[in-house]
Ligand binder design. Sequence first.
Ligand code: ADP
Length: 482
Amino acid sequence: MAKRDLILLALDPSPTLGLMERALSAAGFGVAVVHDCVGLNKSIQEAIPALLIIGEKFSNQDGFSVSREVLERFPTLPIVLYADKAATDLAKSAFITGLSGYLYPPLKMSDIVAEVQGGLARARKLGDWLRREVKRTTASLAEKADFSEAERQKLDAIIANIQDGVIVLDSYRNIILINHAVCDIFDLNGVDLVGKSLTVAIPNEDIKALLVRADDGPLKYHEINFNDGRVYNAQYTPIPHIGSAITMQDISYLKELDRLKSDFIHTISHDLRSPLTAILGYAELVERTGPLNPNQQEFLHRLQGSAQHITMLVNDLLDLGRLDAGFDTRREAVHLENVLKYSLDIFENQIRKKNLKLVVDIAPNLKTLRANPIRIRQMLDNLVGNAIKYTPEEGNVRVSISMQEDQIVIKVEDTGVGIPPDEQGRVFEKFYRATNVVKGAQGSGVGLAIVKSIVESHQGRVWVESTVGEGSAFIVLLPTQD
Ligand code: ADP
């Protein structure tokens, strides 16, 4: 037998209450009576009535206020108000309160049943509509969830199969995601790394150094070297609201190519040195073997000039080879101001010829540097030489040396042609000359590569800040040791 709808009567004892009980029971409803608000609340919660009939006055309370409270908590429960007498205000208040209907004397049993049935019918319609809506919304949410799950799986598959290593970290640098490539690189297959701290999961010195450098400032690349010769280029990228990501690409083949190129250059430079020495030697002998006419004299000078130029280049390349191979190990106390003085001496003529204004600014508290004085001189010669070479006549060149904590800061500034922004990183590469290089400015693009190698072999850093048409500033940081 179908469960009977329960009608809850919240009415003070009266003949009407009895009438209602009889009328509703006779119509097949279940009937329960409560006499106060405590009982009302309990019954609503436990018995779950299908409809509530409440007196305009109930247990010394205002039936409207009690109804409002009930509707706050059970907005779909139909409530019929029983008033002592008919009044227009009553209908208005019932409507405003959100009641399902109202009854007033004189009452017939059929009135009571009709009102209750009407209220239940409306509540049922509302319930059906609600259920349909909930179903519809849940279906669309489920669809969306399916879609995002599919997207997530797709993304997982992409990251898992990508050739490059990918690690995603949370803001505490615990691993959120790590792909197969990384596990292969570090030989960590089969270990569950998610949730672990990166430095614990992958105890690699280069990874640690990468994180330290990332903390120091915006870091772009860091090399990860392995004993078996593999080299990876790691990039650290902060991800807002998540943490960060590290991607790693295998650059072993590029490193190998670079090494082959350097070996090749070194061999060629070495082989060129002897014939060049012979050319210069014989050119000198020609002058001594007898008087030359002016034409012969000029040709000979040109020949000597060119041979000297090639000799300088060859020497530069050999130097670069030695520096790159790590042969520069000589270290002694170097007073930078003295080295700079010697360096500026050799440029005196050129500065005068171009009518450049030279400013030298050396801080009084300079510490001594433990370095190779010959290399430091070579570095200064290259930087000052470039500043003079790439600055038009009447321009300014400024060389300053100062201390910044335990580091010496060397700054060589000029008001020359400048370097285009996208080429500023490249001018330190071997043989790279900027696209705006002054016509006729002699050079081979090796000087700054030598500067960089020297600075790095002294554990320092070098970079350029430049604006085309305004000038450049080359900045070198060298750590001091007491
Ligand atoms: P080189 O001067 O022999 O060409 P470098 O390696 O010393 O080679 O410099 C590389 C390039 O960087 C130069 O060709 C030039 O384009 C640019 N460059 C270097 N120093 C300066 C400077 N002070 N002002 C403008 N451009 C410069």
